[in-house]
Ligand binder design. Sequence first.
Ligand code: PMP
Length: 285
Amino acid sequence: FDDRDGFIWLDGKLTPWREAKIHVLTHGLHYGSCVFEGERVYDGKVFKLREHSQRLIDSASVLGMEIPFSVEQLDAATMETLAANGITNGYVRPVVWRGSEMMGVAAHNTRTRVAIATWTWPSYFTPEARMRGIRLGFAAWKRPHPETAPTQAKAAGLYMICTMSKHKAEAEGYDDALMLDWRGQVAEATGANVFFVIGNEIHTPLPDCFLNGITRQTVIALARAKGFTVVERAILPEEMAKASECFITGTAAEITPVSEIGPYRFTPGEVTKTMIAEYDSCVRA
Ligand code: PMP
């Protein structure tokens, strides 16, 4: 991923892709002092750019890092990076981390570094394959209690258990893993939130120990505007037996139907189809 043409915005200026490097004694690498974002650009417009830039600032703040750029500057830098790379449809990855000025648990004198990269990211599925739904296994790792980790931040360290869970799921032949939280309630997939259709209603777990995704919030608003009842509540795994449809939501996943979670089966249907169409027109509006 490092040997290619293009530009990465690094600490305020566009840098050739191959030169956007950091030292091995970077605090963020050793101690997880790192937060990031994932954004999608549709026809030249970044969906919810301001919300993502603000979440980056907020995530950094939770970890005690102050980004030396305003939300307006981050928005402008994102658009500058997209223009420099000629990308109108793709993915954007901003990342913020503590630098290599000192090494140790204490990191007061480290510089807060910022980079923004972008690349094309075509959809993995044809529309037909997508509607067949993906298969999830259960993750062995649990989303931690909010007093155990900064669960509301999009912090790199929280992804350690996501990568391990995803790898295990893939080794077992699944596409992804469903993570429960420390209480044993349904939480989310390894990089996306989860929704169920139960009766005529849409149910989704309360995001009290995992990311309240920007896509999740968008989908809830779109569903309510369409007249659906959306219930945010604690969901126990065995309740999935009552769900007819299931889908996951996220910037990268968009809305991806799920056909299977462990022993539970779902049939992507009208509600999922409606929400995919609504989301599609929303992001391109
Ligand atoms: N949960 C996790 C763990 C994620 O990585 C993501 C993707 N950022 C989401 C949920 C969904 O968030 P969003 O809709 O803001 O992309």
